[in-house]
Design a binder for this molecule. Sequence first.
Ligand code: PBG
Length: 338
Amino acid sequence: MQDKTHLVDEITGHRRMRRNRKADWTRRMVQENRVTSDDLIWPIFLVPGSGIVDPIPAMPGVNRMSIDKAVEAVKEAADLGIPAIATFPNIEMELRDETGSNSLVANNLINQATAAIKKAVPNIGIITDVALDPFTSHGHDGILSGGEIVNDQTVEQIVRAAVMQADAGADIIAPSEMMDGRIGAIRRGLDAAGHQSVGIMSYATKFSSGFYGPYREAISTGGLLKGDKNSYYINPANGTEALRDAALDVEEGADMMMVKPGLPYLDICWRIKEAFGLPTFAYQVSGEYTQIKAAAMNGWIDGDRVMMETLLCFKRAGCDGVLTYFAVEVAKKLARQA
Ligand code: PBG
């Protein structure tokens, strides 16, 4: 009679995966991916005024900040080694209108914040979004005309907004409104204005997702939005279409790609990285953040552990970095472990 060990060896052919997992040192030695503070991009929410740190109920641990407070927070992020932030404004309702005209005001909230942060924290990258949703009275990302989000007119406006954002000091423009032709148009607009070194991170594949809910609370567009964004964002069912859309952005001159939301779309991250080889980022969006926080607050999952695991999974899926509301929390944790 063979003993049991022998029996398993016959099946495995002596190939035992657990040899490399047997101790902490072997596990560290064979680990393929790691998360460092360099992988983190921190999205922040801005409000007018000063001295304001206003918690967002649907995003426990995330605040809307006035510019002075944002400057302090960004300083801390830079000290923790976070390479870049992404800014989103929650502007006064009175300033929102049909066309999002405040996006074309040179010293609007987002541009003021850029200038202030650039001055106080010159060693952190500033990524700005040019979508119109924070500025429109209907919460759509573009200009609404006859029940339609009109593509070309929206592109014209966001190009002008992008140039103003670059004038204010933005390092990377990240257009999230999914209009056709926007990347090429923004590139030409930036170059014509002398902003050759300002980059474009394309929200190449932005899906029409339920995971954006808490963000819409954060910038107060949730109650405004009429209808949905299905006529411009990508259907979550479509991977091949997403790749075609991303290919156009590459042709038009995107410097970096982004996939959004993140975790439910890791297949898209992998396909985009494989197909184009550009730096590829995932946006772990508000709803993804909130899911983890809510479950952790109920004691149903170990929030810290799941936070780190999700970020590692982005790396494994080929991402070069992640836009995440956890950025500061993660960077602090990594600093403690170092
Ligand atoms: C829209 C925009 C969205 C997010 C950032 N910019 C989505 C939307 O409201 O349609 C979502 C970010 C998040 O959920 O964290 N331009």
